[in-house]
Design a protein around this ligand. Structure first.
Ligand SMILES: [Fe+2]
Length: 308
């Protein structure tokens, strides 16, 4: 914030792991912060990929207002209904069948996945329910040369109709809330072809664009697609590329969805866990050869129409 001499307060940044994640202090998201503070937060976000702000007193209007400082917003989700009167919110609520316990980048089944996700912890289990993020830039940079050259040329089809949405376990099949949520998740099927490596529009960094919605590689059969995606995914999610966050109520996590994957650990049984998520619209990804992502199936203009 500016004082009488025109200088600004620097935010405090404490890195959490070697490759990704930092705690930011000195920012009250609801205040609202001045433009210089927002610029510092954005810079920290681009550098550390996921940042955490403790003890934030946010509600829906103030979370939305803070998120808008980083760009136009999307609707809460392309297929999942938002709470009444809160169209820009997605509820990540265990009691409503939302878990997200697989590795993914948000909404990559569309041709414009969000740039940033802002997730606020509202209810946290007594133990468990941590989230892990992986840095897809350092993952790319540390690939063996031959694999990196190959990845640069791959195009991968992402869809919401598999994995994340699948009813996979016996308990899940027996849980009608979970089964209904997963039906809603695939109520419109989307497919998008993305480059396996995208060039970040703000930093110029190259990152791997895969995650749980990545299904088939252009020019490869189903078995080879699965095997090659598995090799790249295993590399991305190596512990060296990750940070793990133990939530407290009031925490706000913000991640660069163009440079990360994440996994919400489901280890809290029937305990309640609720997060509230708002997303900043992102551009169409572009590969190292300059080719953009291509939407194949599904109409998503309404999702971006919330971008006011
Ligand atoms: Fe997510």
């Amino acid at each position: 914030m500016s004082n009488a001499t025109g200088t600004s307060t620097r935010i405090d940044i404490t890195p959490l792991a070697g490759e990704i994640g930092a705690v930011i202090s000195g920012v009250a998201a609801a205040a609202p912060p001045d433009d210089e503070t927002i610029a510092q937060v954005r810079q920290a976000l681009l550098e550390h990929k996921v940042i955490f702000l403790r003890d934030q007193r946010l509600d829906y209007p103030t979370q939305v207002a803070f998120a808008r400082r980083f760009g136009p917003l999307t609707l809460g989700h392309p297929t999942l209904a938002s709470p009444p009167g809160q169209p820009l919110l997605e509820e990540i609520d265990s009691s409503k069948g939302v878990r997200a316990n697989n590795w993914h980048t948000d909404v990559t089944f569309l041709d414009r996945p969000p740039a940033f996700t802002l997730l606020r912890a509202v209810v946290i289990p007594p133990v468990g329910g941590d989230t892990i993020w992986a840095n897809t830039v350092t993952a790319y940079d540390s690939l063996p040369d031959e694999l990196r050259d190959l990845a640069d040329r791959l195009r991968i089809v992402h869809t919401n109709a598999y994995d994340y949405a699948a009813v996979t376990g016996r308990e899940e099949r027996a849980d009608p809330v979970l089964a209904e949520k997963r039906r809603e998740f695939v109520s419109t099927v989307y497919q998008t072809e993305h480059p396996a490596v995208r060039v970040h529009p703000e930093t110029g960094e190259r990152s791997l664009l895969l995650g749980g919605f990545a299904r088939t590689i252009d020019g490869y059969g189903p078995q080879a697609s699965r095997d090659l995606i598995r090799i790249l995914q295993d590399h991305i999610t190596r512990p060296e590329h990750t940070v793990r966050w133990q939530w407290r109520v009031g925490d706000l996590a913000i991640w660069d969805n163009r440079a990360t994957q994440h996994y919400a650990i489901f280890d809290y049984g029937t305990a309640h866990r609720r997060g509230e998520r708002v997303t900043v619209a992102g551009p169409v990804p572009v590969g190292v050869d300059g080719r953009p992502s291509v939407p194949l199936t599904g109409e998503a203009s309404a999702y971006y129409a919330g971008a006011a």
